[in-house]
Ligand binder design. Structure first.
Ligand code: B12
Length: 456
C-alpha cells in the first residue's frame, strides 16, 4: 500500500466522543483486509448498526501527473453499506470537508459533517434518533441543504477538553508493522496563510493547544499499553508556538519515555535550542513545508518565512544533529525556470537528509489559489470539483517534469512521488519488512552512505 498506511486517528476521536455519550460502537477498518465487501458485510450483519459513519480522509493522492482518485472506492463502500443495512449513512473527515456537497452527492451518503466531528456527530445521531425532522447542528449538511463555506465548519472545539482517542478499537499492531509509526495530535489549527493550503479550512485559523502533560499522558499510554514507541505528530506545524513545543519536549524528557517521533515544522521558528530539545526528547526528523527557495515565490505563496530562514533552520538541524527534509512544491504563481533552478541549487548547498518534490499545486475551493486560478481564467472556483485540477505556472509547464526528473536522477536524497522516483511500493515493503520505523525519508541518509561507500 502506497503511501504508508495511517491509523484512522479521526475515527478514534469520534469513537471516544460517542463512548462518552453511552453509544455502542465498532470500527470496520478496511485498510488491511482482502475482500473488503465481505468483511464489511459481516461486521454490519453482526453489529446491526442504527447509524453508519464513513470517514473520508483522502479524496485523492494529490500527485501530479500520476493523480489517483479514491472517491470511487468510497462510493462503492457506501453502496455495500446500503446492501447490508438500512441505517442512515453519515460522511465526514478531512477530505470530505474540502468539497462536502459534491462528495455527499457523489458517494450517495445521507448526511455529512464538515470539520471536527466530536461534538456534531453525537448531536446529529440524537437528532436522527428523534425522527430527523429538526436537524439544527452546526457543520451538518444533508442532501437537501447545502453547507455555506463562508460560515466555516462546525464551531472549533476546545481541543484540550476532548477525550483521548480510542486507539484500543484500532489494530495498532498492524499499523505499526506496515506503517512503522503511530500518530498523535498536540494542537489543532494553523495560523499560516499559504494560498493553496486547506489546513485552515479543516482545522481553523487559530491554534488550539493541548496541555503538554495530557499529551505526554497519551504518549505514555500508547507506549505502555499499545507498544507504540514511534509516532508522527500530525499537527500542521509542531514548532508554533515554539514555547508550547518546548514545554512538550521538556515533559517528554522528564518522563524518560524512550519514544521516537517526527513532525512537520516551519523554518520560521526552528531554532537550534528548540531542535536540540526536540532531539533530546526523541525526535528523529523534521519535515519542513519549504515549497521554494526563491523569495519572490515564497511571497506569492504567502509563506511566513524567507530563504534566510530556510538556510538558518537547516544549519540549526545540522548543529542539533537532526535529520531533516525539505518539501518543495513547484509551479506556483510567478514560478519561472530561474526560480526552480535557484531552489534546486540551494538544495544542493543545504544538502538536507531528503528533498521531496511535488510538481503542480492542487486547487481547492475556498483557498486564495482558487481565486487566482479563476482570475487567470484557468477554472472558475464553483467548477472545482472532484476531478483534481493542478495549478502550474505557464512559464514552467512544459519543462518542469523533465527538470525535476533529471535532478532526482542525480541526487540520491530526492523523492518525487508524482514520478514514482524513490517512492515505490516494493521499496516501502522491503524497508518495513526489516522493521524500519518512522518516516522512510529519514532513511535516505543510509542510502547515501551506501552509495558513497560504493564510489570509494
Ligand atoms: C498528518 C497528515 C499526514 C501524515 C500522516 C502521518 C500519520 N502517521 O498519521 C502523512 C504525511 C503520512 C500523510 C499522508 C497522506 N496524506 Co495527509 N494529512 C495529514 C494532516 C496534516 C493531518 C491528518 C490528521 O491526522 N489529523 C488529525 C485527525 C484527528 O483529524 P481527522 O482525521 O481530520 O478527523 C477529524 C475530522 O476530519 C472529523 N472526521 C473524521 N472522520 C470523520 C467521519 C465522520 C462520519 C464525521 C462526522 C467526522 C469525521 O472528525 C475528526 C476529529 O475531529 C491532514 C491535513 C489536515 N490538517 O487535516 C493531511 C491530509 C488529510 N492528507 C492528505 C493526503 C492527500 C495524504 C496522502 C494521500 C498524500 C500522499 N499522496 O502521500 C497520504 C495518505 C496517507 C494515508 N494512508 O492515509 C489530504 C487529504 C485531502 C485530499 N486531497 O485527498 C490532507 C487533507 C492534506 C491536504 N492536501 O489538504 N498525511
Amino acid at each position: 500500500m502506497l503511501p504508508d498506511p495511517v491509523a484512522p486517528l479521526g475515527l478514534a476521536y469520534l469513537a471516544a466522543a460517542l463512548t462518552d455519550k453511552q453509544h455502542e460502537i465498532t470500527i470496520a477498518d478496511l485498510c488491511f483486509v482482502q475482500g473488503d465487501k465481505k468483511t464489511l458485510g459481516n461486521t454490519i450483519l453482526s453489529f446491526k448498526p442504527d447509524i453508519i459513519a464513513v470517514s473520508v480522509r483522502n479524496i485523492d493522492n494529490v500527485s501530479f501527473p500520476n493523480s489517483i482518485s479514491y472517491l470511487p472506492f468510497y462510493k462503492e463502500v457506501v453502496s455495500w453499506c446500503r446492501e447490508y443495512s438500512r441505517a442512515p449513512i453519515i460522511a465526514g473527515g478531512a477530505g470530505f470537508t474540502l468539497m462536502p456537497d459534491d462528495i455527499l452527492t457523489y458517494i450517495d451518503a445521507d448526511y455529512g459533517i464538515v470539520g471536527e466531528g466530536e461534538e456534531s456527530l453525537p448531536k446529529l445521531i440524537t437528532a436522527i434518533a428523534d425522527g430527523g425532522q429538526r436537524i439544527d447542528v452546526s457543520g451538518v449538511i444533508t442532501r437537501r441543504s447545502s453547507f455555506k463555506r463562508q460560515k466555516g465548519p462546525s464551531a472549533f472545539l476546545d481541543f484540550d477538553r476532548i477525550p483521548f482517542p480510542r486507539r484500543d478499537l484500532l489494530d495498532t499492531n498492524t499499523y505499526m508493522r506496515y506503517g512503522g509509526m503511530g500518530n498523535i495530535q498536540t494542537r489543532r489549527g494553523c495560523i499560516g496563510r499559504c494560498i493553496y493550503c486547506t489546513y485552515p479550512l479543516i482545522e481553523g485559523k487559530a491554534v488550539r493547544l493541548r496541555n503538554p502533560q495530557k499529551v505526554a499522558d497519551e504518549i505514555e499510554y500508547m507506549k505502555k499499553e499499545l507498544n507504540i514507541d514511534t509516532f508522527f505528530i500530525v499537527d500542521a506545524v509542531f514548532n508554533y508556538p515554539p514555547e508550547n513545543a518546548q514545554d512538550m519536549c521538556k515533559e517528554l524528557i522528564k518522563r524518560n519515555l524512550m519514544v521516537k517521533w517526527s513532525c512537520y515544522c516551519s523554518p520560521a521558528f526552528a531554532s537550534e535550542d528548540l531542535l536540540s530539545l526536540m532531539k533530546e526528547s526523541g525526535c528523529t526528523g523534521v519535515e519542513f513545508g519549504t515549497d521554494s527557495c526563491a523569495n519572490t515565490v515564497l511571497q506569492n505563496l504567502r509563506k511566513d518565512f524567507t530563504l534566510q530562514d530556510i538556510i538558518e533552520a537547516s544549519q540549526a538541524c545540522r548543529k542539533a544533529d537532526m535529520s531533516y527534509c525539505h518539501s518543495l512544491l513547484f509551479g506556483a504563481p510567478g514560478e519561472t525556470k530561474q526560480t526552480v533552478i535557484e531552489t534546486l541549487r540551494i538544495m544542493d548547498d543545504i544538502n538536507p537528509t531528503a528533498v521531496i518534490i511535488m510538481t503542480g499545486i492542487r486547487i481547492y475551493p475556498g483557498t486564495e489559489l482558487a481565486r487566482i486560478a479563476e482570475m487567470e481564467g484557468i477554472i472558475a472556483e464553483r467548477e472545482i470539483s472532484l476531478n483534481p485540477v493542478f495549478y502550474m505556472s505557464s512559464a514552467v509547464e512544459s519543462s518542469i517534469l523533465e527538470v525535476v526528473g533529471e535532478y532526482a536522477q542525480k541526487h540520491s536524497n530526492c523523492i518525487v512521488p508524482g514520478q514514482n522516483i524513490m517512492s515505490d511500493y516494493a521499496m516501502q515493503k522491503k524497508l518495513r519488512h526489516y522493521g524500519i520505523k518512522g518516516p522512510l525519508w529519514e532513511h535516505m541518509k543510509f542510502r547515501r552512505q551506501k552509495r558513497k561507500a560504493s564510489q570509494q
